[in-house]
Ligand binder design. Structure first.
Ligand code: PLP
Length: 358
């Protein structure tokens, strides 16, 4: 079976896990400092003010919104995303306001953001879908004129660039995921990159909130002033992350090359565009009879996925809103394998069977 996603694992990753294992210090507090080192290196990579590592993209989003008072306030977001993109707003007492996406990028449509702004809006939550950069120029303009925070969901976007800069250096808070299927893979992991004049204060808050609210640690003494969670990154993840970070640009280049070939050789009109700045975490196409298409590919040894069922159609979020583009794409979207381990023959096979059955 050609896998839909697959991490790139070398001998150095195996050695690094073994080293952490043998050190017997696996948690970040008592560990060999791999988490701290990863934060420093990632900060340099994206060129941001502060980076705080956590144990998932979900934790990153939950904590990022804890920095702003969003209680009973509205946050504007797309519906075509993983469920954590919406849960983080509810978790922090906010109200998710779903708006439609652009049909070519599947990223949030800035015009729809403008229409959704009310006196209660406090933030915009764009998702760089599949690694495609959102129109941050427009989104930043809107945010500035209405005094809104931008919290970016960059779970798919390690290595994505916008205006010549890496994603992570633009929004107020930018949240990454290092889930094993992501471009920078760990067993579990996430990170919040902060670009805000209060980044030092935010850093202290996030340090404490990612570990149960614990502050003022001196020897065995500590204090707790507020609620916190067990969200810290472990040393195994950080050790792997350091190695993955070194090669992520090279691996993204391979993804881009595959995406270009898919774009040129797949005979479907509605498919992911080619963009040199995209990290291509996934590659999507639209097909009319999705179930039949996916079955045919599966029978021929090609795994596919559906990313995603729109969030506003889930029972918890069901509302009377209509998002025609999101709903239409949600019915037809299929993701096909794109990862750096694909062999040339596998790429040819994917193109052939997609063209045969779409
Ligand atoms: C768009 C998006 N946001 C957030 C997340 C959550 O990340 P994690 O799985 O690391 O919690 C994911 C993960 O799949 C995602 O795809």
């Amino acid at each position: 079976m050609i896998k839909l996603f697959e991490p790139h694992v070398g001998i150095e990753e195996i050695k690094s896990v073994e080293n952490v294992l043998k050190s017997k210090f696996w948690a970040s507090g008592a560990g060999a400092g791999k988490v701290l080192e990863f934060e420093k290196k990632f900060k340099k990579y994206v060129k941001s003010n502060t980076c705080i590592a956590v144990n998932s993209g979900t934790a990153a989003l939950n904590l990022a919104f804890s920095l702003f008072d969003i209680k009973n306030k509205e946050v504007i977001l797309p519906s075509l995303s993983f469920i954590s993109t919406a849960h983080c707003i509810v978790e922090n007492g906010g109200i998710p306001i779903f708006v439609d996406i652009e049909p070519d990028t599947l990223c949030i449509d800035p015009e729809k953001i403008k229409q959704a702004i009310s006196k209660d809006t406090t933030a915009i939550l764009p998702v760089h879908f599949g690694g495609m950069p959102c129109n941050l120029n427009e989104i930043r303009k809107i945010a500035k004129s209405h005094n809104l925070h931008i919290v970016e969901d960059a779970a798919h976007a390690v290595g994505t660039e916008f205006n010549g800069k890496k994603i992570g250096s633009h929004g107020t808070a930018v949240c990454f995921s290092f889930h094993p299927v992501k471009n920078l893979a760990m067993p579990t992991g996430g990170l919040i990159s902060i670009n805000h004049k209060n980044h030092e204060k935010f850093k202290q808050l996030l340090f404490s909130r990612r570990w149960c609210g614990i502050t003022n640690r001196r020897e065995t003494d500590y204090d707790v002033k507020e609620l916190g969670w067990n969200y810290y990154m472990n040393e195994f993840s950080a050790a792997l992350g350091l190695l993955q970070l070194k090669k992520v640009d090279k691996l993204n280049k391979i993804r881009r090359k595959i995406a270009k070939k898919f774009y040129n050789e797949i005979n479907i009109k509605s498919k992911m565009q080619f963009n040199e700045n995209c990290s291509y975490h996934l590659y999507w196409i639209l097909v009319k009879n999705r179930q039949k298409f996916r079955q045919k590919l599966h029978k021929n040894g090609i795994e596919t996925g559906t990313h995603y069922k729109p969030i506003h159609l889930m029972k918890m979020y069901k509302d009377n809103i209509s998002l025609p583009i999101t709903e239409s794409i949600g019915r037809q979207i299929v993701t096909i394998p794109i990862h750096p381990n694909l062999k040339k023959s596998e790429i040819e096979k994917i193109i052939k069977f997609v063209n045969n059955y779409a």
